[in-house]
Design a protein around this ligand. Structure first.
Ligand SMILES: NC(=O)C1=CN([C@@H]2O[C@H](COP(=O)(O)OP(=O)(O)OC[C@H]3O[C@@H](n4cnc5c(N)ncnc54)[C@H](OP(=O)(O)O)[C@@H]3O)[C@@H](O)[C@H]2O)C=CC1
Ligand SMILES: O=C([O-])CC(=O)C(=O)O
Length: 265
């Protein structure tokens, strides 16, 4: 592995632009931006060459996925088999346990995920080593428009569009929810990765026209106590499904992977 991590960024959107700009400015010690992969032609605005995914694998030793669950499904194993590490933002892809297993067993590259929009995962992961968490709940509250999905029927869409207060859109486990809302509930999968059990995490997705901040509340109890983590994020103005904090969580994960944080992580 080179002393400086050669990072390739997949996705030049709400997350990718902030991450890519910071990397290009060398704001993450120990990591540099080598190339960008995106569906759309990026033109001169991009701070690194736009390349095809195959070429990114040749140029990089770390791929940062900030594009969507489909990229993890389609490319995950190829990234790792090529010897390149993979940092995943679209953790919802890992609710496919067969895929998650294959990614764990493929190498020599390694797979990592970022905590993204949700906090407290380190503590949940620590407690899980003592014994299973018996109750884990996540309540995600977002602007209704960010939760509309192609599979929704007219009645549900109309409930979302005419809501004047909080409306429960769906309840289910972390196995079910991130697949149904692929761009807006990856946090459920992230909590499940920390807890180590997709079915143990009960998720409520709430649409609220008053949710000018996106809220994620994680509640859990286990052998050593009870936990509650609540965040209220400003949404990205261009893509309100994504909280503005997420690229900074990706950058934090990158700094840890690059191992030269300039801070004690
Ligand atoms: N872990 C967490 O807490 C969070 C995770 N996420 C995940 O991160 C993803 C990205 O978020 P965000 O930046 O807000 O999304 P955006 O839609 O703003 O940007 C995604 C970019 O990636 C591109 N893209 C999508 N698929 C591909 C592909 N197969 N190959 C190349 N480029 C592709 C998109 O192009 P196009 O639009 O043309 O498809 C778009 O330019 C989300 O879809 C979600 O899965 C998001 C928020 C929080
Ligand atoms: O950014 C957020 O608040 C959460 C999100 O979109 C996701 O988990 O996919």
């Amino acid at each position: 592995m080179s002393a400086v991590r050669k990072a390739g960024l997949v996705g030049w959107g709400a997350i990718g632009r902030v991450v890519g700009t910071a990397l290009a400015r060398r704001e993450v010690p120990g990591a540099e931006l080598v190339c960008i992969v995106d569906n759309r032609p990026l033109g001169d605005a991009a701070p690194a060459p736009q390349v095809a995914f195959e070429e990114a694998l040749e140029r990089c030793d770390l791929i940062v996925e900030a594009a969507g669950q489909g990229v993890v499904r389609e490319w995950g194993e190829r990234v790792l088999a090529s010897g390149t590490d993979l940092l995943v933002a679209s953790t919802g892809a890992l609710t496919d346990e067969e895929l998650a297993k294959r990614l764990l067993n493929t190498g020599p590259g390694r797979v990592y995920f970022t905590g993204g929009a949700v906090g407290g995962l380190d503590l949940l992961q620590a407690v899980r080593a003592v014994g299973p968490l018996d109750e884990v709940r996540l309540t995600t509250t977002k602007l209704p428009s960010t939760l509309e999905q192609p599979w929704m029927d007219e009645e549900l869409l109309s409930r979302l569009r005419t809501a004047t207060g909080p409306v429960e859109v769906m309840a289910g486990t972390a196995r079910e929810i991130p697949v149904k809302f692929p761009r807006s509930t990856n946090v459920a999968a992230s909590v499940a990765l920390a807890v180590g059990d997709l079915d143990a995490v009960q998720v409520r997705v709430v649409a609220d026209p008053g949710a000018h901040r996106t809220r994620h509340v994680v509640e859990a109890s286990g052998p050593l106590g009870a936990y509650r983590f609540e965040v209220a994020h400003l949404p990205d103005p261009d893509n309100p499904a994504t909280s503005r904090v997420v690229p900074y969580a990706v950058l934090r994960s990158l700094a840890a992977l690059a191992g030269r944080g300039g801070q004690i992580l």
